[in-house]
Design a protein around this ligand. Structure first.
Ligand SMILES: Cc1ncc(COP(=O)(O)O)c(C=O)c1O
Length: 367
């Protein structure tokens, strides 16, 4: 996108440009009649109250700046997670929260640590802010080896748990071991997918002062389009995050996001029901994929990271796309034979499985 410099450019204003290799977001196709299983969105709508409030929103209010403290949303999140409002930081999606957390806490000059296969924004933020980093290889089954994060001098640790794109969950005791053995580093646990069956690290906040937990409304709360994420940590940590936010952009969330996000948190029954539906469909999909010969780590998320031993992932990806079924393919070392398949509705997953069954029958004839 931006790296088109020639040597001669270096004598111009271009010599002062910050050049980065940007993160590549998943495709957001314009067509409506596709099956979209490529960016881990929720297949169900946001809570009914969100829809109702949206209808009654007063356009005239948009003249006014939103609440810079995002007070209403911070309060419902604090109540929901049984923490003080001073322990909650809200941003424009968890990407915004994580980017600010990198800027705030990974500032020692020592390398930060994260797995070699994980959310591919981490190395982008590290490069953007000039943070040195070391990637720690997952084991052959895509699991985090906790011992690899112990006794290594570092400037911080970031773990997605469950991890993405693998879907693997590291036990709470594993997470605790890493936090406990790195008391001089901030450990950020990115829990974007925690509501689909993992165990949150939030209770560990009472024991450790070096933990920051980050979550999002984009997956389990069905609000990716609204861009809301949040961090929970101790008051001191959240204070540092607020200072950085107010040094950067004080009005982060817009009025509709604050209003509708607050309504979403209040409808806990709908939230739990939606997560349970996704989990049920995921377990059904696991069985079907296994019958078709796919292998995958045991997902605790709203996606499955699957490979087929006989057919290249790229070939399956292309065939699915031609059929209007979008999944995610990463052409990267160690994972170029996997597809990340978001869990959609039952009907969408049935269509996917039917397509794969026919496709694989042609690609892997028994004779
Ligand atoms: C592990 C992980 N963290 C964070 C995010 C960012 O989510 P958002 O910015 O939509 O809250 C994602 C998005 O896919 C993710 O997979």
């Amino acid at each position: 996108m931006s790296k088109q410099t020639t040597t001669q450019d270096l004598s111009s204003w271009r010599s002062g440009v910050r050049r980065v290799v940007p993160y590549v977001p998943g495709e957001q196709p314009k067509e409506k009649n596709i099956i979209k299983l490529n960016t881990n969105e929720c297949p169900y709508p946001p809570a009914p109250e969100v829809e109702k409030l949206k209808e009654s929103m007063n356009c005239d209010d948009l003249r006014l700046y939103p609440d810079p403290e995002i007070g209403d949303l911070v309060q419902v999140l604090a109540d929901y997670y049984h923490v003080s409002p001073k322990q909650v930081f809200v941003g424009v999606g968890s990407d915004d929260v994580l980017a600010m957390a990198f800027m705030t806490f990974f500032n020692s000059g020592r390398p930060i640590l994260f797995p070699d296969i994980t959310y591919s924004f981490y190395d982008v933020w590290a490069d953007l802010y000039g943070i040195p980093y070391e990637t720690i290889p997952l084991d052959g089954n895509f699991k985090i080896r906790t011992g690899d994060y112990i006794g290594k001098g570092n400037g911080g640790i970031i773990l997605a748990n469950p991890n993405a794109p693998t879907g693997e969950f590291l036990s709470l005791s594993g997470v605790e071991q890493i936090i406990a053995s790195n008391p001089d580093s901030v450990v950020i646990v990115d829990e974007a997918y925690i509501d689909f069956g993992g165990e949150s690290a939030l209770p560990l906040l009472e024991k450790y002062d070096n933990l920051l937990v980050v979550q999002t409304f984009s997956k389990s709360r069905a609000m990716a389009g609204m861009r809301i994420g949040f961090a929970i940590g101790n008051e001191e940590m959240i204070g540092y995050l607020q200072d950085v936010k107010y040094s950067f952009n004080s009005y982060t969330l817009n009025r509709p996001a604050i209003l509708l996000g607050t309504a979403a948190v209040k409808d806990d029954a709908y939230f739990k029901e939606t997560c349970a539906r996704v989990v049920k469909t995921r377990e059904w999909t696991k069985k079907q994929l296994t019958e078709l010969g796919f292998r995958f780590p045991d997902s605790r998320t709203n996606f499955i990271f699957a490979e087929h031993p006989l057919v290249p992932a790229k070939k399956i990806f292309d065939a699915l796309k031609r059929a209007g079924i979008y999944v995610r393919y990463f052409n990267k070392p160690r994972i170029s034979e996997h597809l990340r398949i978001t869990i959609g509705t039952d009907a969408q997953m049935q269509t996917l499985i039917d397509f794969l069954r026919d496709f694989l029958a042609k690609e892997t004839p028994t004779e």
